[in-house]
Design a protein around this ligand. Structure first.
Ligand SMILES: NC(=O)c1ccc[n+]([C@@H]2O[C@H](COP(=O)([O-])OP(=O)(O)OC[C@H]3O[C@@H](n4cnc5c(N)ncnc54)[C@H](O)[C@@H]3O)[C@@H](O)[C@H]2O)c1
Ligand SMILES: O=C(O)C[C@H](O)C(=O)O
Length: 412
């Protein structure tokens, strides 16, 4: 295999390295069959005469039909009919909050959204029905409805209409940090809030994708995914939204290199708190062009970006607008995937790409939600060292979530 070469998987039209390919297919196919399939895939960026000549040469060298049938073995995905464009139902839980309102606005603008539900507490800063009435006047072909619940009540007793039929539920419901607090300090209160919502989703929209914004993502996602598992549901439906780390890494690399951040794509792996946030600058062209001596500071800048906003807001909340932007980017990718258009984003999910059971890496969204969790890819010396640090911290934060799931359950 040529180092750095990417080939387009005929199944989803996305370009992968051999390492990514092998990790995804190794349990399904024998090494020989997989290598043969790889050889058949088009090399990314190689088009025109040269590619044609190579293809023709390959055709000539084809083995006898019997052998070829085996070598040509293709992956079998569970085929699910994609949802027609513009037909999605989305709910934003905590939709009247700091993130919830702009996130609802951005989702209401997505032409894929047919019905948008705004759920929040009746004590929220604005009644959710008010947010819905406001968004209901946009020039969009969708309906927006608000649902509220009194504090102390259970979502499962109130959200049947709101959640039934949902394809995507975004969850920014929960307390944000104040200066001096860590994300971990929010676990107890926010895990209980998340559990109430997840419980209602398990009952009314068990097939929906749940995008968890609420902190601490590193512990809340394992907790909720394990509760889903306990109930016989798919833990990969629970997705930790770490997109803001990617957005920040792209922005900072753009500022450093003078390039347009819109065309920068730095994968950020690990988790979403402090040292667990690991931007892989070496995997982006602009990022890789930055002087080695500047990388450690840039890495810390991405890790500390949330705290920078918390401190700048001086006790009046954390990142809301950039988070809404990032959450909507992820949400739109989920819907595009369900519609049959593959999208790749970083997300924190149940994973086997490292020895930890939850990890953020690139994932591919398709007709069923996450269809691939991609490996972390090549890392340079600095990133490899940081990778060990990431895993050490993340392990304990995952355990907090696993412990929560052990002593809690979702009701029927
Ligand atoms: N993943 C990330 O990158 C990221 C980024 C920024 C913020 N966050 C987190 O997102 C969460 C929300 O932040 P915010 O700034 O929007 O806070 P906020 O206080 O402005 O809004 C939270 C909303 O949740 C609602 N809520 C509370 N309990 C609820 C329940 N049981 N059911 C429904 N709604 C409920 C509140 O009424 C409020 O409207 C925080 O935990 C914050 O740390 C995550
Ligand atoms: O930093 C926070 O508390 C909010 C969020 O996780 C962020 O990264 O902005």
């Amino acid at each position: 295999m040529v180092v750095g070469e990417r080939r387009i998987d005929q199944e989803d039209g996305v370009a992968y390295t051999w390492e990514e390919f092998e990790t995804f297919y190794k349990k399904k196919y024998k090494a020989k069959a997989l290598a043969a399939y790889w050889e058949e895939c088009e090399i990314k960026g190689k088009k025109g005469k040269k590619a044609k000549a190579e293809k023709e040469e390959k055709e000539e060298k084809k083995p006898a039909p019997k052998v070829r049938a085996k070598a040509k073995a293709k992956p079998e995905f569970k085929k699910k009919e994609p949802v027609a464009a513009g037909n999605f139902k989305v709910c934003v839980c905590g939709g009247a909050g700091g993130i919830g309102q702009p996130l609802s606005l951005l989702m209401a603008m997505d032409p894929n959204v047919k019905e948008l539900c705004i759920f929040d507490l009746s004590v929220a800063m604005v009644p959710p029905t008010g947010v819905a009435a406001d968004l209901g006047h946009l020039e969009r072909k969708n309906t927006v409805k608000g649902y509220s619940m009194d504090i102390g009540q259970k979502p499962v007793d109130h959200l049947e209409e709101c959640l039934t039929g949902c394809h995507l539920v975004l969850v920014p419901a929960g307390m944000p940090r104040k200066p001096g607090q860590s994300r971990d300090d929010l676990f107890k209160i926010n895990a209980d809030i998340a559990k109430g919502i997840v419980e209602a989703c398990a009952k009314f929209c068990p097939g929906a994708i749940l995008g968890m914004v609420v902190n601490p993502v590193n512990s809340i996602v394992p907790a909720m995914a394990e509760l889903y598992k306990k109930k016989g549901l798919d833990p990969l439906k629970i997705i930790g939204i770490s997109t803001l780390d990617v957005v920040r890494a792209n922005k900072f690399v753009g500022a450093e290199t003078g390039r347009n951040p819109n065309f920068i794509n730095v994968p950020v792996i690990g988790g979403h708190a402090g040292k667990t946030i690991l931007p892989l600058f070496s995997q982006d062209k602009a990022g890789a062009s930055i002087d080695k001596e500047k990388i450690a500071d840039l890495d810390v800048k991405v890790q500390d970006a949330g705290t920078e906003v918390v401190n700048a807001k001086n006790g009046k909340g954390s990142a809301t607008l950039s988070m809404a932007y990032a959450g909507a980017r992820l949400g739109k990718s989920v819907l595009a995937g369900l519609q049959g258009k593959r999208r790749t984003e970083c997300a924190y999910v149940a994973s086997t790409v490292t020895d930890l059971p939850y990890f953020a890496s690139k994932v591919v969204f398709g007709e069923t939600g996450i269809v691939k969790v991609l490996p972390v890819g090549e890392m340079n010396e600095y990133e490899t060292k940081r990778f060990e640090e990431v895993k050490e911290q993340l392990k304990g934060e995952i355990q907090t979530g696993l412990d929560y799931a052990e002593v809690n359950s979702l009701c029927d």
